[in-house]
Design a binder for this molecule. Structure first.
Ligand code: PBG
Length: 344
């Protein structure tokens, strides 16, 4: 039989729970919340992806990426200066290649005067202290929009890696600080590392898109670089199946063994579990890409007045830090850096 409830001790107020642990105590005021905060977000955590276009004084809006524009090289130099001023450590460059220059073999990827190489030279000259990241993959340059060479319906692996190595060297010669293979061919990290070293680029880092999923969230990016309309089929024979996460650890393990300095998980928010596992398991620098579709979703809801855009932006970026990411590629980079300055 249950004991009758003990009489309230003298002096105890009525209707009070007898709790020794009240987790709300630490949340009672802003100063206390700041003291116990486990993770923080700063401009140093951000990488700004920038789309390039031919022309001068040109800022071309991208309808599916509200607030993001394709920039001519002179405008990209201005953006790079802004990034440095805001304390953003690095930017990543993505070209919208003239359709006339796209072909089956992605020849333009190897042109030392292509849009990305010219932008690298121009930005390095003006803002030498800013880190410059370039994507290694053939999709901005192929007439079919795939990241590799196509034979029939097959994306060729080893033949593609030969071209990727040349593309990486082309970018390193133009001043890229970090080479970021995003193509998901097997063996490309090792081949690129060997070629960089053989040509005196030992200091050039490799950020491998190690766990990159075949995702529906890349749509607006493909609008931005002009591949959405031309892409034949999909990328499921080389990008990962969204159902898998053990496989992500195998991809990362292989890239580390081949010489990756930093690994990336992509997309971001829907794959926080993968970021957590990768960081937890390997403990090496781990980046996340908050991809175009994730950005577009937040912007669409915010522009409709359905969510607070600034708050959703900062909360989503902090979530990456909590999951274990060391830095985040995000189209929000300049806006987030400004907002963080304002709040500081
Ligand atoms: C291409 C590449 C893609 C992105 C970065 N590099 C798209 C794709 O794989 O089709 C997507 C980035 C984004 O959606 O913001 N190699």
């Amino acid at each position: 039989q249950a004991a009758p409830p003990a009489p309230a001790p003298a002096g105890a107020k009525q209707n009070r729970l007898d709790l020794s642990l009240r987790l709300r105590r630490n949340r009672k005021a802003e100063w206390s919340r700041r003291l116990v905060r486990e993770n923080t977000l700063s401009a140093a955590d951000l990488i700004w992806p920038i789309f390039l276009s031919e022309g001068e004084n040109l800022r071309e809006p991208i309808p599916s990426l509200p607030g993001v524009e394709r920039l001519s090289i002179d405008e990209a130099v201005r953006a790079a200066a802004e990034a440095a001023e805001l304390g953003i450590p690095a930017i990543a460059l993505f070209p919208n290649t003239d359709p006339a220059l796209r072909d089956e073999k992605a020849s333009e990827a190897l042109n030392p005067d292509n849009l990305v190489c010219r932008a690298l030279h121009a930005i390095k000259k003006e803002i030498p202290q800013l880190g410059l990241i370039t994507d290694v993959a053939l999709d901005p340059y192929t007439s079919h929009g795939h990241d590799g060479l196509l034979r029939g319906e097959e994306i060729l692996n080893d033949e593609t890696v030969i071209v990727l190595v040349e593309q990486a060297l082309n970018q390193a010669r133009a001043g890229a600080d970090i080479i970021a293979p995003s193509d998901m061919m097997d063996g490309r990290v090792g081949a690129i590392r060997a070629a960089l070293d053989a040509h005196g680029f030992e200091a050039v880092q490799i950020l491998s898109y190690a766990a990159k999923y075949a995702s529906a969230f890349y749509g607006p990016f493909r609008d931005a670089i002009g591949t959405n309309a031309i892409l034949v089929g999909d990328k499921r024979t080389y990008q990962m199946d969204p159902a898998n996460s053990d496989e992500a650890l195998r991809e990362v393990a292989q890239d580390i063994e081949e010489g990756a300095d930093i690994v990336m998980v992509k997309p971001g928010l829907p794959y926080l579990d993968v970021i957590f596992r990768v960081k937890d398991h390997f403990g090496l620098p781990t980046f996340a890409y908050q991809v175009s579709g994730e950005y577009a979703m937040i912007m669409a809801a915010a522009n409709n007045g359905w969510i607070d855009g600034d708050k959703a932006m900062l909360e989503s970026l902090l979530a990456f830090k909590r999951a274990g990411a060391d830095a985040v590629l995000t189209y929000f980079a300049p806006r987030a850096a400004k907002k963080l300055k304002e709040l500081a």
